[in-house]
Design a protein around this ligand. Structure first.
Ligand code: NAD
Ligand code: GLY
Length: 382
């Protein structure tokens, strides 16, 4: 039997630099990898019930074999865990177990576990190391990399948070095999986003391999995870704190976040909202004369091929615009939008309300059900 191929992507941020290791079976080597970084303190594995059943035993065994004193901390599955209350619960456990500066938090799970654990690590004892072990496609290609950590506030998603880079990201693509189909497909939206914002060749690869990706074939999955991490690492290296170019990672998110919030985070998965956002924002770019028809059509075809929704739910302009104003992308009263010029290249532009309203009206009735109802009508069969 040949050893599985390992890919290593470096996130170069001076003293905050770290590696992203990608290899099947890596979940059983977390302990060895932590030793490799020289960590000697206690380790807490933060996870949620679904992941604990599937993957915590291998991770905890590896930590104990490497000689670590280990405990696990459980938070609920899904977005409802992204609250200060659950951060506080983690901090209580750490304080009670006398964790200190040299102790380590391991985030084992999807983007929710990663964001909550990362934030707890950012504030406990003014910052302790965090190692991300992401288990969803969204987390492996996006949330585990780049150091954004956060929980939600009643008035806004991810409103309370900190930049806290992980010390290591360990990606085991095998864990993706147990992901529910809708979660898998939602993750493909973030992958398509990387092709649109930065790499036409990668986009063309996705066009050629979407059938294999829908079937989660090992080779294409490892390739898209690795290439996505490379693109994200390059963007974060240039603009860690999102003062400028990192904003391109928000392509599809201006409309997407607004739809998520209008649906109270229950009607669309994050990736589904981003897919609709990318299709709509590209159509807006076409309306402005920034983006040729062939480009919007090509993106639209790939989004549909992935099985993602593409159509704006039925919503009034005032509702959509109002929800967009709560976005963190509003700066000095201006809302910015990331717009494609061609596949692999986007620009950041202030969003003019009157122009956006004219585009919105020009769309006629190409809309579906209200965002409060589960959005399924335009999602092709999985
Ligand atoms: P999630 O963490 O809620 O996971 C989705 C579901 O899949 C959960 O029910 C989870 O228990 C389950 N699950 C996870 N791994 C599994 C596996 N291997 N097998 C079976 N089930 C599994 O959702 P997500 O899409 O991973 O992350 C979304 C969150 O990430 C949002 O809160 C979003 O704001 C955040 N996010 C953060 C960043 C960032 O840069 N920090 C980027 C993108 C998204
Ligand atoms: N997910 C967007 C970012 O990390 O900046």
């Amino acid at each position: 039997m040949t050893a599985p191929v390992e890919h290593c992507v470096k996130v170069s941020l001076a003293e905050r630099s770290y590696d992203i290791l990608i290899r099947s079976g890596l979940r059983g080597e977390v302990g060895r990898c932590l030793r490799g970084l020289g960590f000697s303190g206690k380790v807490a594995v933060v996870t949620s019930p679904a992941i604990r059943r599937l993957y915590a035993p291998a991770v905890i065994r590896s930590l104990r074999q490497a000689g670590y004193e280990t405990r696990s901390i459980l938070i609920p599955d899904g977005e409802r865990a992204k609250t200060l209350r659950w951060v506080s619960a983690i901090l209580d456990e750490l304080a009670t177990a006398r964790f200190e500066r040299g102790s380590v938090l391991v985030a084992l799970g999807g983007g929710v576990v990663g964001d909550v654990t990362g934030f707890a690590a950012a504030i406990f004892a003014r910052g302790i190391p965090c190692v991300q072990v992401p288990t969803t496609l969204v987390a492996q290609v996006d949330s585990s990399v780049g150091g954004k950590t956060a929980v939600n506030h009643a008035l806004g998603k991810n409103l309370i948070g900190a930049f806290h880079q992980p010390r290591l990201v360990l990606i085991d693509p095998e864990t993706l095999n147990t992901l529910p189909t809708t979660e898998w497909i939602a993750g493909l939206a973030e992958v398509i986003k990387y092709g649109m914002i930065a790499d036409e060749e990668f986009f063309a690869y996705l066009e050629r391999h979407m059938v294999a990706l829908r079937k989660r074939e090992d080779g294409p999955v490892a390739h898209v995870v690795t290439r996505s991490c490379q693109i994200k690492a390059a963007v974060v290296r240039e603009d860690e704190r999102e003062s400028d170019q990192r904003r391109i990672l928000n392509y599809g998110h201006t409309v997407g976040h607004a739809l998520e919030s209008l649906g109270k985070y229950r009607t669309l998965l994050h990736g589904e909202a981003v897919a609709i956002g990318m299709v709509q924002e590209a159509d807006f770019a076409r309306y402005l004369g920034l983006c040729p028809n062939e480009v919007t059509a090509r993106q639209h075809a790939l989004v549909r091929e992935a099985g993602l929704p593409d159509t704006l739910p039925r919503v009034r302009f005032s509702e959509l615009w109002g929800a967009m104003q709560h976005d963190k992308k509003v700066a000095h009263g201006h809302l910015y939008c990331v717009l494609p010029e061609r596949v692999g290249r986007v620009v950041i532009r202030p969003l003019e309300p009157s122009t956006f309203k004219r585009w919105f009206a020009s769309r006629g009735d190409k809309q579906e059900r209200r965002p409060g109802s589960r959005h399924v009508a335009s999602r092709p069969k999985a």
